[in-house]
Ligand binder design. Sequence first.
Ligand SMILES: [Cu+2]
Length: 255
Amino acid sequence: MAARRQANTRASPLAKNLGASYASFVMRRHLAPGLGALASVLLSCAALIAVPYARSAEPPVEFTVEVTDPIRRPLADAVVYLEEPPSRAAKPRRAPYVMDQVGMELVPRVLPVPVGSKVVFPNKDSIHHSLYSFSPVKTFEIDLYKDKKAPEVVFESTGAVQLGCNIHDWMGGTVLVLPNAHFAVTDKTGKAVLRLPARRLPFKLAVYHDRLRGGTEKTTRLVEPSAAAKPLIWRLSLDDDRRKKKPSALDAGYR
Ligand SMILES: [Cu+2]
């Protein structure tokens, strides 16, 4: 338990990453050094004021994304998301997001939500669960429960929130709190489709995986809208899977 607490209280690399300035990111990548202060100021203004999304009837930009491990095996449950610029779709929806407890597992294992969202944690098993998070992004504990409406938890800050169950060591999951609602999760084939509002400046995209080695800084890219013509491919370096596995003898029961 002590080790788990320690692991869960590490500062979230995602939270750090989200603090980076899109304006300076664009300037570093797109301005030749020497264009001078005037261009920098103009670009900063453009990025901070006008950047969001041009009001146009243009169709959304649709990126096909593929995420694999270093030896090209597809990775499911990777989250690709828009980090910058700020999006008008940032407001959380009214309906809560859902992370189920089914067969003594958290489903889905990784749940992306926009900042400010509510998440409910129903228990579909016939036994009690007690969920907790010691993550600095959101700390909470839900006492043992079943057969009743699970409390809602509101996630007010961006970052990765690791969850566990006080009773069942192997029950792990992550609520990934993102700056807006523009995200997609890869399927078993490692693929996802990310739809973004039409715009002219580049998108700052990143990919999260719960075994990503290091932070999402390494997966962050500036992507021009014109790049949507081809699949975007990320190959992630992952930590070994040290997660405890559910005892196989339990698979048959407890529904
Ligand atoms: Cu449990």
